[in-house]
Design a protein around this ligand. Structure first.
Ligand SMILES: C[S@@+](CC[C@H](N)C(=O)[O-])C[C@H]1O[C@@H](n2cnc3c(N)ncnc32)[C@H](O)[C@@H]1O
Length: 381
């Protein structure tokens, strides 16, 4: 590997890019010894022969690699989540790089687990991982949601398959006071947006009056906040998501929530023209910036929805504004909010700056693991 690659490892980053890999004597999916420019062993890594990230570090230094280390890391990840005493039956058990298990995701939905192996190396390790998870957690079923597009960058198939036990068509989980009916095979991500759990709780500290939940998916924010609001409206472009919001509202006896299928960009414009006002608005769009090149367009998109939402917001109202694009960092997001506040002539305060929940921790030195921003903003007057 190049000197630049070695330097990158020193910063704590677990990925080495293709340009920094000199000679390769390995096949895709192998666990390899990584040798530095001065012939020193720098550690062991998962190797991919297709990805722009051919090396994902598993260990550092010259100690030999033992598979038992991975089992121990799984065990530690499970113990850490147990220690959080989360008031939920669905949460992330393994958050890839942050648990030193690169490119592995394990989410728990009650007595079921959903896994994702997002690199060639982790894909090859999956049978061992399933065995260890079965021993450690005794789940009723394990589903591989190996359908994310990033798998194609690794030359891997996009598949959804049951790897252990059985997986029912619908699983009921609880997050605080709210129950969700989840389709683990077809829902977005692994079924729910588990990373927003603590932000939904935080938003509940401020929500009041008339609520608009934009990009609502299964209604996570709307369902949690509706009880303290006079009326709640949820908007999503997906018909399936809207049907789920309605059935989840019935399940939770939330009577003041209506959901509609629409494009939030169009809907914000229409509501503004109609002179509507809201006291609480949530914006939780999908990642607009999938890569660095799309950042300028993404920022324009974030600014447009935030600007329009601010025009709909009543004085004393709250805007819960989120971005899950890791290419748009917190500083860029804050700058976009600043511009939206200036252009809409809205005096704004930042009440809370938040990120993904504690079960999705950030690995220091790997900024990509800090992907979710959630600002709770208050229109002062
Ligand atoms: C990050 S998720 C929202 C998660 C949700 N807030 C939660 O807490 O579960 C983004 C959602 O936006 C929806 N979406 C994408 N583009 C949209 C658009 N232009 N208008 C409305 N909804 C859109 C997707 O269907 C998806 O459900």
């Amino acid at each position: 590997m190049s000197a630049r690659g070695e330097q990158r490892l020193r910063t704590g980053h677990p990925w080495i890019y293709r340009a920094d890999v000199a000679d390769v004597d390995a096949s895709g999916g192998d666990i390899v010894e990584v040798i530095g420019p001065r012939r020193r062993t720098l550690g062991h890594a998962l190797f991919s022969d297709r990805s722009q990230i051919p090396l994902r570090m598993l260990t550092r230094g010259d100690a030999p690699f033992e598979p038992a280390m991975l089992r121990a890391r799984l065990e530690r990840a499970i113990r850490f989540r147990d220690s959080l005493n989360l008031d939920a039956t669905a949460y992330r058990v393994v958050h890839g790089e942050a648990d030193l298990l690169p490119s592995l995701v394990v989410d728990r939905y009650g007595s079921y687990l959903v896994v994702q192996a997002l690199s060639q190396g982790m894909d090859r390790l999956l049978p061992s991982v399933i065995g260890w998870l079965s021993e450690l957690l005794s789940p009723d079923g394990i589903l591989a949601r190996n359908d994310p597009k990033v798998r194609t960058l690794e030359g891997l198939e996009q598949t959804v398959e049951v790897l252990a036990g059985t997986i029912p068509d619908s699983v009921v989980v609880r997050e605080g006071p709210i129950e969700y009916d989840v389709d683990l095979r077809k829902g977005q991500k692994t079924g729910l947006f588990l990373d927003q759990r603590e932000n939904r709780e935080a938003a509940a500290r401020y929500a009041h009056g008339r609520l608009l939940d934009g990009f609502s998916y299964h209604g996570g924010f709307a369902l949690r906040l509706a009880g303290q609001c006079t009326a709640a409206e949820a908007i999503d472009i997906s018909a399936d998501a809207v049907a789920r919001i309605t059935s989840n509202a019935t399940r939770n006896r939330v009577g003041n929530l209506t959901a509609r299928e629409a494009n939030v960009f169009d809907e914000l414009r229409r509501l503004e023209k109609a002179g509507e006002r809201y006291d609480t608005i949530v914006l939780d769009p999908p990642a607009f910036a999938k890569n660095k090149a799309s950042v300028p367009n993404a920022l324009a998109g974030y600014k447009e929805i935030n600007l329009r939402a601010l025009r709909l917001l009543a004085p004393g109202g709250y805007l819960v504004s989120c971005s899950c694009s890791y290419n748009v960092n917190e500083e860029m997001f804050a700058e976009m909010v600043h511009e939206a506040s200036i252009d809409s002539h809205t005096p704004l305060t930042i009440v809370e700056k938040r990120m993904q929940g504690r079960d999705h921790p950030v690995l220091v030195g790997a900024p990509e693991t800090h992907y979710l921003k959630c600002f709770i903003l208050r229109r002062v007057e």
